[in-house]
Write a protein that binds this ligand. Structure first.
Ligand code: MN
Length: 290
């Protein structure tokens, strides 16, 4: 213990890395319960206590090469912040590496996925979230976390699979009906996990996928540290089973984990987020060439 995958002792050079971690402490648009800017720092601290060995894969995933870039310094202006985010992730893709972005609020994914789509034309976005985030505008801006997926929807021409949803507005539902799309609801996953996995796969028509994961997809009992927790969410092994199935069948070209809003004195959500990121690195590297 005491030498997690984000510690310098476990890091590789940028050149040798397969995975490049990008800390994005941005939360200017959070509607309430602000604090997602503290997510990366708390994930780093929690990661120090994690084992480097994965008990399921029976490997040490960090050996595939993980490099962490300096924490982004971001303007409070949404457009300027998006530009910084896009420039950084473009640099990662240009070097043929898999970006592992740590938010920050969900709005950071807008720029991340714009750049991902520029590099991978056949791309499906898999969104793990309690909320559809399909509002056209929210509180006067279209760059709010409540509008994130609406923006991404346009970026990837509707190639979005929404997983774990259990909260949306009437207008968001009308949009989905118009598009002929239905989320994979949290209740689908709770009642029939294997059926839900098959449903997710049936919607993916591309080889490449990008995963954007709002930690509020998880149940508040295990993930209370988020701005808008909703009851009835995914549990740890349910989420892992879905992620593993995706990594086994598709090429994950990048992912982000967003909306961790740390609660002082409560560390288990920080550990969960750190562990989740390391799990995903393990799954992606293990199955990438299978
Ligand atoms: Mn959400």
């Amino acid at each position: 213990m005491g030498q997690g995958f984000l510690e310098s002792s476990a890091q590789s050079s940028f050149k040798k890395a397969n995975f490049v971690v990008l800390p994005i402490p941005y939360d200017i648009t959070a509607s309430w319960g602000q604090g997602a800017r503290l997510g990366p720092q708390r994930i780093f601290e929690a990661s120090k206590e994690l084992e480097l060995f994965d008990e399921e894969l029976l490997i040490e995933p960090f050996k595939v090469g993980v490099h962490t870039l300096p924490t982004l310094e971001l303007s409070i202006l949404p457009e300027a912040a998006q530009k910084t985010i896009k420039d950084s992730v473009r640099f990662i893709f240009e070097n043929q590496k898999c970006p592992v972005s740590i938010g920050g609020d969900h709005s950071v994914s807008i720029g991340l996925i714009e750049v991902a789509k520029a590099f991978y034309e056949d791309l499906t976005v898999i969104q793990f979230d309690a909320h559809t985030d399909l509002r056209k505008t929210y509180q006067g801006t279209s760059l709010s976390h409540a509008c994130v997926i609406r923006r991404i929807w346009d970026t990837v021409n509707g190639q979005v699979i929404q997983v774990g949803i259990r909260s949306l507005s009437k207008n968001e539902w009308a949009f989905l009906e118009k598009e002929g799309k239905e989320p994979v609801w949290a209740r689908d996953i709770k009642t029939d996990l294997k059926g839900a996995v098959a449903l997710i796969k049936s919607g993916i028509k591309t080889k490449h996928i990008y995963i954007t994961l709002d930690v509020d997809c998880l149940d508040p009992s295990i993930m209370p540290a988020t701005g808008t927790p909703e009851p009835g969410g995914l549990l740890w092994h349910e989420l892992l089973e879905i992620l593993k199935a995706l990594c086994q069948q598709y090429r994950v070209i990048g992912f982000d984990v967003v909306e961790l809003s740390p609660i002082p004195g409560i560390v288990h959500p920080d550990f969960l987020a750190a562990r989740l990121i390391y799990k995903m690195i393990g799954y992606i590297s293990q199955f990438r060439d299978a």
